[in-house]
Structures are given as structure tokens and as C-alpha cells.
Design a protein around this ligand. Structure first.
Ligand SMILES: [Zn+2]
Length: 429
């Protein structure tokens, strides 16, 4: 199902021409931002220098700190009277990042959300409860206007009062919900406590934090929904940058609005399809706050193959942040890769710790993981077998030899907030 069939099924050559056109337009638009005027001058780039899409690689990157330095309105490319809304991103430290929108930006953004909702089969017959923060966070108003555009019946319930949320789902016959995966899990638990079956629900849209496929299975069975992954960030409007289709194998990017690259987060080198690295996005249709090569910090890859459902390349689900990346003997390793390997092995649990040391000038990585008693005979020989299996599976995925220590169930630390599973001791004596 298509919301904007012409764009969503555009032949590749026509799409590339549209992208190039909009990239050139963006390069003109950023001339209104002092930061870019200076950056482009330093790099010796004039708007006419962009002749092909690959020329985007000549442009400078933009990082989050640049946006912070421009606080509050330093990145606006239009006069303030053209800016009709402001959102900010939650700054964990210091000032937040300010994002501005023109009327056209809000129109473009709502259209992108409408495409996502339509792609997963939602229509004007659906009743949609939007259980996210409606304040400065873009997930609230972003989904709200997109869902209204589709003609869905929107319930702006926002967050909090879970019992009331459950009553509304039941009383209004809600068919689709949007929230964070962790809130969805809480909702399922409270519904169970209340003995309140959520029979009308069929679709769950979850985003704003990374979540695994095992979490997907759990949410689907507990809530009785088909769960879809939503990806976006406020700097690029908000949600709606990429979204899963009904295949649920990777996320579609709307290429007419976002030019996507994957880079090695250490060297900045552009990587090919199927290679994992940091997602870099140049928005192609932003008026108030155009950006060049924005480094998202999120780790993914572009799929080599297309999708059955429509044209355009997909990206993999986000597996982590580039700030989490470890370089072990020259090889890039993400804690999330280790997690994925361990999840596949039933003999071990999903709690683990990673220790990195430098021994005789060589990086050594040690992984501690809890044994799963249900799959362990208690024999020493079995312990050796499991250990060997974990080492092999890790080597196959990471292309790296590791030391694996099996530990008692329940002996590793549990994390309530952001997990700190990596202890890098290479800097220590
Ligand atoms: Zn698809």
C-alpha cells in the first residue's frame, strides 16, 4: 500500500535525478547559515561543484556538537518569522539542540509519517493511540499529524496513567499504538495485572530506543500486535526517517527526502552496501534547518538487496551507537554484535560483560557470560563444549579470537538504565 505512489515507486534513474536536484537546492539553502558558508569556503566548494550524487562526499560533515555551538537559532536558514514551530532534543549534558520547521517542513514531515503508516497497512479505519510525550519530543506531534493526515482517529493520550491508557484502548477499540518498546512492555504487564485483554489491538509502532528481535517476539505475543520498528531523529524532522515495512526485515528510507551514506566512524571513509558503520544523512527537502552530511552516531548498514514491497534501499535495524565502538587489534567491534551472537546460543544467558586489556602490546578481549542451567548437564566436559561453541560463534561473527569465561547464572551485574557492559582497561597500568 502506498501513500505517495509516484514517489514510492519512482524508477531509480528518475529518483537519482530528483535527489541530485534537491541536493543542489540544499547546497544553495545552506548558504544562509554562517557555519556552512565558512565550512564550504574552507573546503573550497562552490554550489556548482556538485555535479553527481557521489559529489556529496566532497562536502563537510556536520556533528551534533556543531548544532549545540549554534544554540539557539544558528542553523536556521530562513528568517524567524518563517519558522512556525520549534522542537528541541533532550540534551543529556549542556544546552539542548534546537530544531526549527517552516510550514512546508511540517507538511513534508506529516507526509513521511503518512507513508510509513500506510506502508504497514494502516488506514482511515484505524483508531490510533499515541502514547508518547507530546512536549518538545518530536515523537508526539510528529506521529499525531501524520496519522491525522491518513485520516486515522487519533487519541493523543501521551504518557503516564497506564491504567487509564488501557481503559481507553478497550473503550475506544484502539487498533494501533505508538510508544517506546519499554513502555509497551510495561503496558502489557499492567494489562495482565488488570486482567484486561487488549483484543482490539493489531499494530504496534515502536521507536525512540533500540530494541531487539527477542523483545519484538515478546511484545507481539503479550499485546497481540504485529510490531514495527520506527527510526528517526529530531535533527532530521523527527520520526519518519526510516520505517519497517510488512516484510519486517530492514527499514525503508525515503530517498527523495534523505540522502544516506554509511561511513567508518573512525576514519570517515565511505563504506559499501552490506558494510556496517555510522549512518550519515543529508536531508534533501528541509527548509528551516538544512544540514549537510549529518553524523547520526547510529550504527547500521545499507542492504545490498532491495525489497519485495517497493523500490529503494533499506537499512538494517540500528545496532548501537558509534560511541560504543571498540577497536580491537584494528577490528571494529560493537557490544551489540556480541549480544546478537550470545542470544543465538541457548546454552548461555543474555547477561554478559566485556573486558579489554593490552597484554604484551596486544589487545585481548575477554567475555564473561552466564551459563543457562537448562542447557547444561553439570559435567565439566559439557562446560568445555559450551565454551568452545561460544568462542567459535564469536570468531565467526567478529572475525576475532576472544577469551570466553562461563560464570554462574545471576552473578553478573544487572543494569536498570543504560547498560555498561564494556570495561576497557587498555589505558590503565
Ligand atoms: Zn519493504
Amino acid at each position: 500500500m502506498f501513500w505517495n505512489e509516484k514517489i514510492e515507486t519512482m524508477p531509480p534513474a528518475e529518483l537519482a535525478a530528483l535527489q541530485l536536484d534537491r541536493l543542489k537546492q540544499t547546497l544553495l539553502q545552506v548558504q544562509n547559515v554562517e557555519f556552512y558558508r565558512i565550512k564550504l569556503k574552507e573546503a573550497g566548494i562552490r554550489p556548482g561543484d556538485i555535479r553527481t550524487l557521489d559529489d556529496v562526499q566532497k562536502l563537510p560533515f556536520t556533528v551534533k556538537q556543531d548544532l549545540r555551538n549554534g544554540y539557539p537559532f544558528g542553523f536556521f536558514a530562513v528568517p524567524l518569522q518563517k519558522v512556525v514551530r520549534i522542537h528541541t532534543t533532550s540534551g543529556t549534558t549542556g544546552k539542548p539542540t534546537v530544531v526549527g520547521y517552516t510550514c512546508n517542513d511540517l507538511e513534508t514531515w506529516a507526509d513521511l509519517i503518512a507513508r510509513n503508516l500506510t506502508m504497514v497497512g494502516l488506514t482511515d479505519r484505524d483508531i490510533f493511540q499515541n502514547m508518547v510525550n507530546y512536549g518538545m519530543f518530536t515523537g508526539g506531534l510528529g506521529f499525531h499529524y501524520g496519522a491525522e493526515k491518513v485520516g486515522m482517529t487519533v487519541i493523543p493520550s501521551a504518557t503516564g496513567n497506564t491504567r487509564r491508557q488501557i481503559e481507553m484502548i478497550q473503550d475506544f477499540g484502539v487498533t494501533a499504538i505508538h510508544c517506546t518498546p519499554s513502555y509497551a512492555m510495561h503496558l502489557a504487564e499492567v494489562a495482565e495485572e488488570m486482567n484486561a485483554p487488549l483484543e482490539s489491538l493489531k499494530t504496534g509502532l515502536f521507536g525512540a530506543e533500540p530494541w531487539s528481535n527477542s523483545m519484538r517476539k515478546e511484545l507481539e505475543s503479550k499485546l497481540g500486535v504485529t510490531a514495527y520498528d520506527s527510526y528517526g531523529l529530531s535533527e532530521l524532522f523527527g520520526p519518519g526517517v526510516a520505517f519497517e515495512c510488512t516484510e519486517r526485515d530492514g527499514l525503508h528510507i525515503w530517498h527523495d527526502c534523505y540522502l544516506v551514506e554509511i561511513i567508518n566512524p573512525v576514519t570517515g571513509e565511505v563504506l559499501g552496501d552490506g558494510e556496517r558503520g555510522e549512518l550519515v544523512v543529508t536531508p534533501l527537502k528541509k527548509e528551516a534547518m538544512p544540514l549537510l552530511r549529518y553524523r547520526t552516531g547510529d550504527i547500521t548498514m545499507k542492504f545490498e538487496d532491495g525489497c519485495l514491497c517497493r523500490r529503494g534501499q533499506k537499512i538494517a535495524r540500528i545496532t548501537g551507537r558509534s560511541d560504543d565502538m571498540l577497536v580491537i587489534r584494528g577490528i571494529n567491534v560493537f557490544p551489540s554484535q556480541i549480544e546478537h551472537v550470545l542470544l543465538r546460543i541457548p546454552e548461555v544467558g543474555n547477561q554478559f560483560m566485556v573486558y579489554v586489556d593490552r597484554i604484551n602490546h596486544l589487545d585481548e578481549m575477554t567475555i564473561e557470560v552466564e551459563i543457562n542451567r537448562n542447557y547444561f548437564s553439570g559435567e565439566l566436559a559439557d562446560l568445555a563444549r559450551i565454551q568452545k561453541k561460544v568462542v567459535k560463534e564469536l570468531r565467526d561473527t567478529l572475525e576475532l579470537r576472544t577469551t570466553v569465561k562461563l560464570v554462574e547464572p545471576g552473578s553478573l551485574p544487572r543494569f536498570e538504565g543504560k547498560a555498561k557492559r564494556v570495561v576497557d582497561r587498555r589505558g590503565e597500568m
